[in-house]
Structure formats: structure tokens, C-alpha cells
Design a protein around this ligand. Sequence first.
Ligand code: CA
Length: 223
Amino acid sequence: MHLLLAEDEQHAGEYLAKGLGESGFVVDWVKTGRDALHQAHSSEYDAIILDVGLPDIDGWEVIKRLRQTQQTPVLFLTARDRIEDRVRGLELGADDYLVKPYAFSELLARVRVLLRRGKQQETDILTLSDLEAHLLRRRVERAGQRVDLTAKEYALLLLFLRRRGEVLSRTLIAEQVWDMNFDSDTNVVDVAVRRLRAKIDEPFSRPLIHTVRGFGYVMEQRD
Ligand code: CA
């Protein structure tokens, strides 16, 4: 089980990463909201533990942006027990919360509940036509053939698959996959899409990624 931990406090972060590691989880620990978003978009996590008080982008904004593309369960940690904070987090799409200070055993129990819940909602395989992305194995296949993708190509493919049928602008793709603003140079997106097409579309008879002239791209099955 792969967890993302976003916690800027050194001591708390070390303690959690160590405790979760000893409980059998693979933990990626980041200290800023920006890094949390970047990690969440470039790797597949089973759950995210998110401190609300982060430097740069705070936890609220992280949940909000995350929920635009993914439903990975989020447990948020708040410093104060205020009803408005809890409600805000849950409204933004968090799945549960804990108030600091908390007992590690309680955090562990809540993470396990989230993981069980998450499994029921989320499928391990995203498919479109004969294209399949196996999330747990990070394996992509088209027409039964394995396709090797770089981390960015994989992130781009997952974005397309999760929002299939939806026209995605170059700016949105740049923000979601690179977590950066490419207003001045969306050529980066075009280059990445071209590479992805060369791997998942060109060797096969029916293309799935389509250009929407002057705007962006859409992934869908067209007859
Ligand atoms: Ca903090």
C-alpha cells in the first residue's frame, strides 16, 4: 500500500513516516503543498495524509486541486478543532480528518478504514476501447500488448483516461501533469502528446487521442 504524507513539521513527519513504514506501508513524505500535488499527479497512491497548514499551497487548496482529477482517499490533519475547518475539509472532498495532537494508533486505524473504502469505489483498471491502464501494477496495454511509458507519459495518459470524452485545454494539461503554468509555452504539452500518441495510437488501427484545433485534446473512442 502506497501512501503520500504531506507534513511540513520535521518531527511529526519523521514520526509518521517511520510509524507507517513499520506498519507495512510504503510512504512518500513531502513538506509542501506544491510537492504534494506534484507527487499525487505523478504517482498512484492508495491514500493521502494531508496536513492543512503547509507552506506555499495550503492543504485546502491541495484537496481542491486534487479533486479535479482524482478520488484518492484523503485524511486531513488540522491543528485546531474547529467545526468550520472540519466542514470545509469534508466539503472540499476530504474523506476524514484528525485533530492534532492525535494518537498514532488512531491515525493508523483511520487510514485503514479509508483504504478499505477506497478499494470499493476505485477500480484498479482504467479502460477505453482496447487500451488498459492497470493502476496497481503501473502497466499499460493496448490490444493485449504491453506499452512502456515514461512517468510523464503515464501521468498524461491517466489524466486523459480519467477524463475521457472531455476536451482538455493545453493549459489544464500543463497544470495537471507538470503542476506548472505553461501559458507561454504549451509546446511542452504538444511534444508530450505526440510521444504518447506514437506509443499508444500510431501502432494501432484506431486512434484514441484527438486534437481539438486551437484548444487542446480529447481522448475518446470514435467510430
Ligand atoms: Ca503544518
